[in-house]
Design a protein around this ligand. Structure first.
Ligand code: NAD
Ligand code: TYD
Length: 359
């Protein structure tokens, strides 16, 4: 693995991964970050990395669905490894407007696999980042293993399931060297404030209602994003080609408990102006259609075969995350106002339209 193409490297997990790869890991080659810069992609997330690693990091704005452009990039940068994050990633958006999910998550992945097949001679690995949501919803007991049948319930998870199947098929049919990871809910720095944890942190700081869907008893397993990045790199280096690895945090929580914890930590770190506990802002709202009740991950395979374990506890990871959002209000303001596009323009002398943004 010398020249890694990271797709979606300007998003939440992708930018944390590029940062981890260049600042912390033992990787010594070059990273080419290809991102379309939809509403979720922000070059600002890696501005310092671009300065610090001019010879080892390159950014190209491109659409993974544009096969011709992607083919040029494969050749230009002599790509031998792909780490594929690019996707439409928010369940609520997929319910309202699934089109971009089908396009990017399925057709985009298919395009990349075709290009990898064409450059098979030099391809070391195609690593596909996926989600535990492909397995559907659990009852009160049991955990998802790598053998759990796929039962996706939202357009988002169905599109990710389709992409997982394609990746597996390209290994079985064409012998492409692939690995797949299915991970639980991530949280940490640079997460777009539409997802539960950053949304609640920012609403709570601004004394706005904290909208909890349904009865708030839905359960998710949570993993700090840096731990996910370490798992991905571990699988890329040591994972058996053709295999799938579940990644989880051993941390199942009801949504209401997550929101209450955010309120309590914020009350401790930054009292609300009127001194009222932030739990008073919690508001139960209409449930999400098709809302999966419980996710829980069995990651014994990754633990036993490759020795990976999460380092961060939920309490310590959540504190770090809340502190990051408190320290980076300028980033938040630019992201929420759409001003980060103007920031890109001042830095790069051009602006980009956003063809795939789903509203
Ligand atoms: P994100 O929405 O923050 O980032 C997605 C990135 O992909 C953005 O930078 C966006 O600009 C880019 N992108 C979108 N369409 C593109 C296209 N057509 N061509 C090129 N780039 C495009 O998402 P995230 O939360 O960082 O998730 C990254 C990956 O991890 C996704 O594949 C997601 O399914 C998976 N995943 C996420 C979680 C989670 O909790 N966030 C958990 C498990 C797996
Ligand atoms: P989310 O962060 O959207 O991730 P996912 O749907 O991929 O798990 O949501 C996490 C959980 O929080 C999910 O059960 C839905 C719930 N949720 C709320 O209750 N309120 C909200 O405003 C959001 C965004 C999510």
């Amino acid at each position: 693995m010398n020249n890694i193409l990271v797709t979606g490297g300007c998003g939440f997990i992708g930018s944390n991964f590029v940062r981890y790869l260049l600042e912390e890991s033992d990787f010594s080659g070059r990273v080419v970050n290809v991102d379309l810069l939809t509403y979720a992609g922000n070059m600002e997330n890696l501005a310092d990395i671009e300065k610090a690693f001019p010879d080892r990091y390159a950014f190209v704005r491109a659409d993974i669905c544009d096969r011709e452009h992607m083919a040029e990039l494969f050749d230009e940068y002599d790509i031998d490894t792909v780490c594929h994050f690019a996707a439409e990633s928010h369940v609520d958006r997929s319910i309202v407007r699934p089109d971009a999910f089908i396009r990017t998550n399925i057709t985009g992945t298919f395009n990349l696999l075709e290009l990898c097949k064409d450059s098979e001679d030099r391809l070391a690995l195609f690593h596909h980042i996926s989600t535990d949501e492909v397995y559907g919803s659990l009852g009160e007991k049991g955990l998802f293993t790598e053998d759990t049948p796929y039962r996706p319930n939202s357009p988002y998870s169905a599109s990710k399931a389709a992409s997982d199947h394609l990746v597996r098929a390209y290994h079985k049919t064409y012998g492409l060297p692939v690995t797949i990871s299915n991970c639980s809910n991530n949280y940490g720095p640079y997460q777009f404030p539409e997802k539960l944890i950053p949304l609640m942190i920012l609403n709570a700081l601004e004394e706005k209602a904290l909208p909890v869907y349904g009865d708030g008893r839905n359960i998710r397993d949570w993993l700090y994003v840096r731990d996910h990045c370490i798992a991905i790199w571990t699988i890329m280096k040591q994972g058996q080609r053709g295999e799938t690895y579940n990644v989880g945090g051993d941390c199942e929580m009801e949504n209401i408990a997550v929101v209450e914890m955010i309120c309590d930590i914020l009350d401790e770190l930054k009292k609300s102006p009127d001194g009222r506990p932030r739990r008073a802002l919690i508001t139960f709202v209409k449930d999400r259609p098709g809302h999966d009740r419980r996710y829980g991950i069995d990651f014994t395979k990754l633990k036993q075969a490759l020795g990976w374990m999460p380092e961060e506890s939920f309490e310590s990871g959540l504190r770090k995350t809340i502190q990051w959002y408190l320290n980076n209000r300028d980033w938040v303001d630019r992201v929420r106002s759409g001003e980060y596009r103007a920031w890109i323009k001042t830095q790069y002398g051009r602006s980009w339209s956003d063809p795939s943004t789903p509203g």
